[in-house]
Design a protein. Structure first.
Length: 135
C-alpha cells in the first residue's frame, strides 16, 4: 500500500467515484481495468477487489448475508455482472438479447425496486435499462 491523498486522475473523468464504507475510502475505477482500488483520505491505497473482467462502470452494496457485492458493466463483453467479493463468485445477469450492450460510465442499484439501472446501446440507439436482481 501507498499513502494517498484522494485524487481523480484525468484519464478517468467519466467514471464516478463511490464511497466504500468498509474501508472509509473512495473507490475510483480505472477505465477498462479489472482492479478496483480504494483511496482512503490521508491513509492508504487499498485494493478492494480484482474482478474477472475489465469494467466500464460499477456499484457496491451489501447482500442479505452482509457480504460486499459489486455490480459492473464489462468493457470487454458489454454485459452486466454481479460479483460477490467474499465468495469470489461472478454471475452474468439475465440479458434481453445479443444486440444490447451496457454503455456509459454509470450504474446504480435501486434498493426500492431491487434492480440495476444502467445506460445501454442497441443498434446505435441509447437508452436506460433495468435488470431486476437480488444481491
Amino acid at each position: 500500500t501507498t499513502s494517498a491523498d484522494v485524487v481523480y486522475p484525468t484519464y478517468n473523468t467519466q467514471i464516478m467515484a463511490e464511497w466504500y464504507p468498509d474501508l472509509g475510502g473512495w473507490v475510483i475505477p480505472r477505465l477498462a481495468r479489472s482492479t478496483l482500488v480504494a483511496y482512503v483520505p490521508n491513509g492508504n491505497i487499498t485494493t478492494v477487489v480484482t474482478l474477472p473482467r475489465a469494467i466500464n462502470s460499477s456499484t457496491f452494496l451489501k447482500n442479505a448475508s452482509n457480504q460486499n457485492v459489486v455490480y459492473y458493466c464489462s468493457s470487454d463483453t458489454k454485459k452486466i455482472y454481479k460479483y460477490n467479493i467474499a465468495t469470489s463468485t461472478e454471475t452474468l445477469l439475465s440479458w434481453p438479447g445479443a444486440s444490447y450492450a451496457c454503455d456509459g460510465y454509470a450504474i446504480k442499484y435501486s434498493t426500492a425496486r431491487g434492480s440495476i439501472i444502467f445506460p445501454y446501446r442497441k443498434n446505435g440507439i441509447s437508452g436506460y435499462a433495468e435488470i431486476f436482481d437480488t444481491p
